[in-house]
Ligand binder design. Structure first.
Ligand code: PGA
Length: 261
């Protein structure tokens, strides 16, 4: 379903081009990527570029990355310190200059069994620490086939935002990533994306959150070939890009498609 009336209320939200490298690229490859990226013109008022490398490369970003690009981590723990072997806190990541943290990615929900409750605790912690969340939500293929996409999205949003202060000032990104589209080469269709993004925007508005600071982006097999099409969909404020962000030239081409949209 298309929601044309939304155009009448159109607010311009900040656009984002976000790379999620997942568990890829060595430090040497990362240095090379940053060198190439730093020679590109990525200054743009409309589109903010953010790269989320593995933890082990974050220090390179502190020293080497050009100013117009920000960087973030792919996860945090919800406590600031203590006996939590293998975990990393918001405070530690702030020390490395991270401004952004991905939470709720489906790979963490499904492979590492992260619950809605944990994601809520992470969101609360990030807000308290003044970091900017990139909150991922999305339905499984079975959910969509059963006609339960909206129910799943509503559950993920309601639990993530439980006890979140309605007057927060943080900048935030919500990434709609249908799980069946991640890494599969199958991107969602315009109507499917528009409908869920509309639902998310509606949720934010009803919560009374300061919504001009919340952009809603799409993720799931974003590539050079479909970036233009996807960037023109109403209510899409940018992309979260996995596989295609590992190649610096492809990532830059996607950024360009987004800034032209
Ligand atoms: P993909 O991954 O672009 O490789 O589909 C997206 C993501 O998982 O964030």
């Amino acid at each position: 379903m298309i929601y044309p009336h939304l155009k009448l209320l159109k607010i311009m939200y900040k656009k984002y081009c976000i790379a999620n490298w997942k568990m890829n690229l060595s430090n040497a490859q990362c240095r090379e990527y940053i060198d190439t990226w730093n020679n590109k013109n990525v200054f743009n008022d409309k589109v903010k570029t953010i790269i989320c490398p593995p933890f082990t490369s974050l220090h390179l970003f502190t020293d080497l990355l050009q100013k117009n690009t920000e960087y973030g981590a792919q996860n945090i723990f919800y406590e600031n310190s203590g006996a939590f072997t293998g975990e990393t806190s918001a405070i530690m990541l702030k020390e490395l200059g991270c401004k952004w943290i991905i939470i709720g990615h489906s790979e963490r929900r499904n492979i590492l069994n992260e619950s809605d409750e944990m994601i809520n605790k992470k969101l609360l912690n990030l807000m308290n620490e003044g970091l900017n969340p990139i909150l991922c939500i999305g339905e499984k293929k079975e959910d969509r086939l059963r006609g339960e996409t909206n129910k799943v999205i509503d559950r993920q949003l309601s639990s993530a935002f439980k006890n979140i202060n309605l007057n927060f000032n943080n900048v935030m990104v919500i990434a709609y990533e249908p799980i069946w589209a991640i890494g599969t080469g199958l991107n969602a269709e315009s109507d499917q994306i528009n409908e869920v993004h509309y639902q998310i925007r509606n949720f934010i508005n009803k919560k009374g959150l300061k919504n001009k600071n919340i952009s809603i982006i799409y993720g799931g097999s974003v590539k050079e070939e479909n970036a233009e099409y996807l960037s023109k969909i109403d209510n899409v404020d940018g992309f979260l890009i996995g596989g295609a962000s590992l190649d610096v030239e492809i990532f830059y081409n996607i950024f360009n498609k987004l800034q032209e949209s």
